[in-house]
Ligand binder design. Structure first.
Ligand SMILES: [Zn+2]
Length: 328
């Protein structure tokens, strides 16, 4: 977690008796998650160098996702002859702020399944609704975008990196659920693990390596992987999924405390970026969220969305309006 200027609140002593002590227990508050995503009018975004077919993940050894993103930005700063999205920072219009965590709980699934990163139409539709992935705070310790005086640049390599990991973790978790009650070690997770010298190790695609901390962790627990045991492999798979989520999420969460009411200050976990919000959505899914999804009836959208209570046919009121406008 990181401290940011906007999250440091100044407390004023408004009572005559002087400062009071405030205690907060987790039982009182439970989980409080929030996301704030700034979305601008589509005219403030432009897609650059999309004809260049050179989105490529590098194979350099990296410590973590945080440093991997910083590395991507550093390389991008040296060579901007690659696909990226430009956003104009200062605009005349007020941007829309959306709580994507609660409004679009399945956005991460759409990011995995519906977006072709080389298709300009897919990307334009996405950013018109949800904005860029990276932290929009130019003073943030996270380097996910390149900030110039008027522009913010987000390389598509960041999208590629995050999408690949998100897809991997989501599919791995689905395999875990699928195999949890099946005692069939022959098939178990063979898509994700490879047997090497009698040890199961995660199977990675070439040039899309995970941060090395995962290798290190698996080295440390070598005996763990000695047996071809269903339960051990399942535990290893769960640990792998958990590590990936933690690596992508832990530096992307801020911890503001709201003191609107002095008797009950409320700690809030707030994601700093859209990509952080999507990893949080995956975490929620892993925690046992039962998917109750439908596909948006607006053909131009087709996104999957969470069905709340009464059966809605559209992912948003926008899509509903567009659908009936097109019909008439
Ligand atoms: Zn829709």
């Amino acid at each position: 977690m990181k401290k940011k200027e906007k999250h440091i609140l100044n407390l004023k002593d408004t009572t005559e008796k002087g400062p009071r002590k405030y205690y907060i227990s987790s039982q009182e508050v439970g989980d409080i998650w929030r996301s704030k995503q700034i979305v601008k009018n589509i005219k403030y975004y432009s897609l650059e160098n999309f004809s260049k077919n050179n989105i490529k993940l590098n194979n350099d050894a990296i410590d973590s996702t945080k440093s991997s993103c910083a590395h991507i930005i550093k390389q991008f700063n040296k060579n901007k002859n690659v696909p990226f999205i430009r956003e104009i920072i200062k605009t005349a219009e007020k941007p829309i702020i959306k709580n994507i965590y609660s409004e679009y709980p399945y956005l991460f699934i759409n990011f995995i399944n519906k977006i072709n990163l080389k298709n300009k139409k897919d990307i334009a539709y996405w950013i018109s609704r949800f904005g860029l992935l990276g932290d929009s705070d130019s003073a943030s310790l996270n380097q996910e975008n390149l900030f110039l005086s008027n522009d913010r640049h987000e390389p598509m390599l960041l999208w590629e990196y995050e999408k690949w990991h998100l897809k991997y973790a989501y599919e791995l978790w689905n395999e875990i659920i699928h195999y949890e009650h099946q005692q069939n070690p022959a098939n178990l997770l063979k898509k994700y693990f490879v047997l090497k010298e009698n040890k199961y190790l995660p199977k990675f695609e070439k040039n899309k390596n995970f941060p090395i901390f995962i290798d290190k962790l698996f080295e440390k627990h070598e005996p763990f992987f000695d047996k071809r045991d269903h339960d051990i492999l399942l535990d290893a798979a769960k640990a792998l999924c958990g590590m990936i989520i933690q690596d992508h999420l832990e530096h992307r969460v801020s911890f503001p405390v709201e003191f609107n009411d002095f008797t009950s200050p409320v700690p809030i976990l707030e994601t700093d970026s859209l990509i952080g919000t999507m990893w949080l959505q995956l975490l929620n899914y892993v925690r046992g969220e039962k998917l109750n999804k439908a596909i948006c009836k607006n053909d131009q959208c087709g996104y999957e969305f969470k069905v709340f209570g009464n059966k809605s046919k559209f992912c948003s009121t926008d899509c509903k309006t567009k659908f009936y406008n097109n019909k008439s």
